[in-house]
Design a protein around this ligand. Structure first.
Ligand code: UDX
Ligand code: UDX
Length: 441
């Protein structure tokens, strides 16, 4: 089938390449001409394992093109996939302006039967609005008589950054929201070759399912982070508690890793959008209010532990490992690590940071005075404390003997419990984790 993907971001570009891999002919459109120019040269605009290889393979196969000009690729498209950003607005609502401008752009040029697939995470009822916008734009373009040929489907993505291609090729399920069987059948055809159960829903249920999935996962994280607070105050170990409850299949082991709270371009945005959507529809989502409050509070509690252990941070040299919102990605959007680095800087600390992939993106959002180290060990030279904020597994392979001699004070505050099983408390460090009892010095 011929597919136009609008939005060449983490979701849109991954989707475009995987659909091309499945044998479809794909045109990927983005308003960011620099991004399109780089893609044309085979350069991926962000880190995602396997993406550069898939990009080159699909370009060599001639199955994908990149452009900023929708009108040049719309004429023979069977489907249009919307994957433009839906960021939070100041009130925490999903900003749909990009989505609607993309819908207007399609309607202005569309002159044949087509399906609009909304992949971006959107509030319940948005798919219907997108369809109305496309039909309205077709009328304005003098093709109102064809407006009935356009239909819409909600196919929310459940991709995790750092494993987006794997998640796309082998999803736990394929959710398809639509309101007629012809649309289900066409969207099924688009996904031939993708295994897993198909869940055919109404548009509204598919839209809500996406928010419910992310909100539930965020709830698990806030839950275990509160358990961590109790563990810390009672001498228990949250990792042991997580293991014990995770063996119950009704709970499951995943997303029970205590830390500094969730971040990223999805959870914070989607949880607050669902909370807003609920309120706007007359229901106060009490559980979600607590999930959000707990998440914000978790990083404050962690920061408070650093301050109470070190005293005034003014002029103190603090090393930080990790800037990305989680290990395995270069993405710093809504990263708790960035937030904590900004707090350290705000207290007058002399901060030096290292991250395996995210330093370029971090430089765009951190103050100029923040120092960037060429390696994890280099960051610790002369430091009075080391703070671990992103779960990069490579931090575990560092020589801690070297780290201990290079630090001024061998104190480690581990916001991810990443190093908790390395017994650093018995190797000359004061080690402080999250929810694992009192600091072992
Ligand atoms: C985005 C949303 O954040 C997410 O909720 C949704 O599920 C999928 O789309 P992501 O791919 O991470 O996820 O967004 P981002 O990396 O910001 O990419 C969005 C792309 O759309 C950018 O490249 C931007 O240039 C492009 N865009 C934005 C357009 O092409 N047209 C627009 O009008 C606005
Ligand atoms: C998430 C969802 O997992 C995915 O299904 C959806 O499509 C997009 O949002 P992503 O944002 O890439 O994916 O990251 P994820 O791996 O879910 O982690 C989200 C945040 O939670 C990260 O900050 C991570 O560090 C944190 N996290 C995750 C925890 O703090 N504890 C955990 O146990 C798991």
């Amino acid at each position: 089938m011929n597919l136009v993907v609008i939005g060449a971001g983490y979701v849109g570009l991954t989707s475009a390449l995987v659909y091309a891999k499945l044998g479809h002919r794909v045109a990927c459109v983005d308003i960011d001409s620099t991004r399109i120019a780089r893609l044309d040269l085979g350069q991926a605009p962000f880190y995602e394992p396997g993406l550069p290889e898939l990009l080159r393979e699909m370009q060599e196969a001639g199955r994908i093109v990149f452009t900023t000009e929708l009108n040049q690729v719309a004429s023979d498209a069977d489907l249009f996939l919307l994957a433009v950003g839906t960021p939070s607005d100041s009130a925490g609502r999903a900003d749909l302006s990009y989505l609607f401008s993309a819908a207007d752009g399609i309607g202005a040029v569309l002159d044949h039967e087509a399906i609009i697939i909304v992949k971006s995470t959107v509030p319940v009822g948005t798919n219907a609005k997108v369809l109305a916008r496309v039909r309205e734009a077709m009328k304005k373009a003098g093709r109102g008589d064809l407006a009935g040929l356009v239909r819409v489907a909600s196919v929310p993505e459940f991709l995790r950054e750092g494993r987006a291609i794997a998640d796309f090729l082998r999803p736990d399920r394929l959710v398809i929201g639509a309101d007629d069987d012809v649309v289900y059948a066409l969207v099924e055809r688009l996904h031939e070759g993708i295994p897993g159960p198909r869940v055919l829903l109404s548009l509204e249920s598919a839209e809500l399912a996406k928010y419910a999935a992310n909100a539930f996962l965020a709830t698990k994280i806030s839950f275990i982070n509160e358990i961590a607070q109790i563990a810390e105050r009672t001498g228990a170990d949250v990792r042991e508690v997580a293991k014990a409850i995770g063996l119950d299949p009704r709970i499951g082991p995943a997303f029970l890793q205590a830390g500094i709270g969730y971040g990223g371009s999805c959870f914070p945005k989607d949880v607050s959008a669902l909370h807003q959507l609920s309120g706007e529809n007359g229901y106060a989502f009490k559980l979600l209010s607590a999930v959000i409050e707990t998440n914000n509070h978790q990083r404050e509690l962690f920061f408070g532990k650093i301050e109470s252990a070190l005293g005034s941070l003014k002029g103190r040299r603090i090393a930080v490992w990790g800037l990305a919102f989680k290990g395995g990605t270069d993405d710093v959007r809504a990263s708790a690590a960035i937030d904590i680095v900004q707090r350290l800087y705000g207290r007058g600390a002399d901060v030096i940071v290292y991250d395996a992939l995210a330093m370029e993106n971090a430089k765009r959002v951190l103050p100029d005075a923040i120092e960037f180290a060429p390696s994890a060990v280099d960051a610790t030279i002369g430091a009075e404390a080391l703070i671990v904020l992103t779960d990069w597994v490579e931090f575990r392979d560092v020589s801690f003997e070297t780290v201990r001699t290079s630090m001024l004070e061998p104190k480690i505050f581990d916001g991810r419990n990443l190093l908790a099983d390395l017994d650093l408390g018995t190797r000359g460090f004061m080690y402080v984790g999250v929810g694992i009892g009192n600091p072992k010095s």
